[in-house]
Design a protein around this ligand. Structure first.
Ligand code: HAM
Length: 416
């Protein structure tokens, strides 16, 4: 038996309906913030991702050569494609440009619960603005989306990559050691960060101070003592967020993020219930456009790990009740088949999700199909009622049967 490739999944109709339901919520929240949707190809020139995404992404890239010898890659994320789209076709649009996207991404990772080789991101980018209000708008959208889905147990941590980088430079860390040390600090792997910092010539006192700064405790207190532009910027972002009613965020100057393109604020959301793969959202401010042949513009964005946030909702016991279909039409006898087909067409034209027997089943078996279909009612088309232009509607929950005229049928079914 051929199965879907490792790290990918099929979605059966119930699951697909649930996914579309939650996707719809995210889409609605994005619209309420004034964002508009974009679409980009599933594969891109590999270079788009190689230029600035960092070693993590590179190791995980699904790259291939096409028949024209072009180096292509399945997209591992959507920020680089969104900025390429901006450079190619939106650079003249009035700023800021507020876009969102939903689609699958591919990373060659070791699959486990919450970590897939094909997964879905719902993300947003604000392109062409660098104000604290821009960052706050992106974070507020992310938080509103998480809340909008109904998740209650989540944490949002905000840092500023500029503050941490500057602290490391001041402590004597050179350019070559920076990325590796940042990665260790991001994972809070202090045992591994310590020898690297020592080798870079950082004093014991500075090491202790850097660890205290990045361990996530008392972030607000530490931020209060940080002078300079980056500190002011982060304080303004927090103040804007408070004005927007977003108060449940923490300051953690140890947030680094796995991608290399961030330049300013960085933030992550996690759902503790998920354990190892608990990060449900990540984002920050960055510049990429100048690397893709455009003018340099500042942007801020984030992506929600759609599969992970659905797992988190499931863990919290959120149940999604599928709508089901409205009606299942059954001819009472073979002679009534044509009439049943007409009634089906009529209900569908009235916008009522309607199914009917297409396997020539007799009444009892067709009733069983109606029940299996999850339809709210069965519409039985019998010869006697048809003479009066009517049908029998059976409520599939209560079992009550009512004779209803065809002219009133759609309204009758629509009634709750
Ligand atoms: P990222 O942190 O690499 O950021 O991915 C965003 C989210 O995608 C993660 O927080 C996680 O929930 C989900 N995710 C990542 N890898 C997997 C996987 N293998 N399986 C399931 N879910 C996964 C970005 O991709 C940036 N482009 C975000 C961004 C937008 N920054 C600025 N704008």
């Amino acid at each position: 038996m051929i199965r879907c490739p490792r790290g990918t999944r099929d979605f059966l109709p119930d699951e697909m309906e649930r996914r579309r339901h939650y996707e719809g919520i995210l889409r609605d929240v994005a619209h309420t913030f004034g964002f508009r949707e974009i679409g980009t190809p599933i594969f891109e020139e590999a270079e788009l991702f190689i230029i600035r995404s960092g070693p993590n992404i590179l190791d995980e890239l699904y790259g291939f050569k096409d028949k024209g010898d072009r180096e292509l890659a399945l997209r591992p994320e959507l920020t680089a494609p969104a900025i390429r789209l901006f450079v190619n076709g939106m650079s003249n649009h009035p700023k800021p440009i507020k876009v969102f996207y939903f689609g699958q991404c591919f990373r060659y990772e070791r699959p486990q619960s919450g970590r897939y080789r094909e997964f879905f991101q719902f993300g947003a980018e604000i392109i062409g603005s660098a104000t604290p209000e821009t960052d706050a708008e992106a974070i507020a959208l992310a938080v509103s989306m998480i809340r909008g889905l109904g998740l209650t147990d989540y944490r949002v941590r905000i840092g500023h990559i500029g503050i941490l980088r500057q602290r490391l430079v001041d402590a004597g860390v050179g350019k070559d050691d920076m990325a590796e040390i940042l990665r260790k600090l991001d994972k809070k792997s202090y045992d591994e960060a310590e020898p690297l910092l020592e080798d870079a010539g950082v004093s014991d006192a500075d090491i202790a101070d850097i660890f205290a700064m990045t361990d996530g405790t008392d972030g607000i207190g530490i931020l209060a003592g940080i002078a300079g532009e980056a500190g002011d910027h982060l304080r303004s972002v927090l103040s804007c967020l408070r004005d927007m009613g977003v108060r449940d965020v923490e300051v953690d100057l140890g947030v680094v993020r796995g991608l290399d393109y961030y330049t300013g604020i960085v933030f992550e959301a996690e759902a503790p219930a998920l354990g190892a793969e608990k990060q449900i959202c990540g984002g920050g401010s960055y510049t990429l456009s100048e690397l893709f042949g455009g003018e340099k513009v500042f942007s801020t964005g984030f992506a929600i790990g759609f599969d992970r946030i659905l797992l988190a909702l499931e863990k919290e016991g959120a149940v999604y009740e599928a709508d089901g279909i409205g009606a299942y039409v059954i001819p009472a006898s073979a002679e009534m088949r044509t009439r049943a087909t007409e009634v089906t067409a009529l209900l569908r034209a009235a916008g009522i999700p309607t199914d009917t027997d297409i396997m020539g089943r007799k009444l009892a078996k067709a009733m069983k199909s109606a029940s299996d279909s999850g339809a709210r009612c069965a519409v039985i088309v019998g010869a006697k009622e048809s003479e009066d232009d009517a049908v029998t509607v059976r409520d599939m929950v209560s079992g009550a049967q009512t004779v209803v005229g065809i002219a009133d049928l759609a309204d009758f079914i629509r009634r709750p």
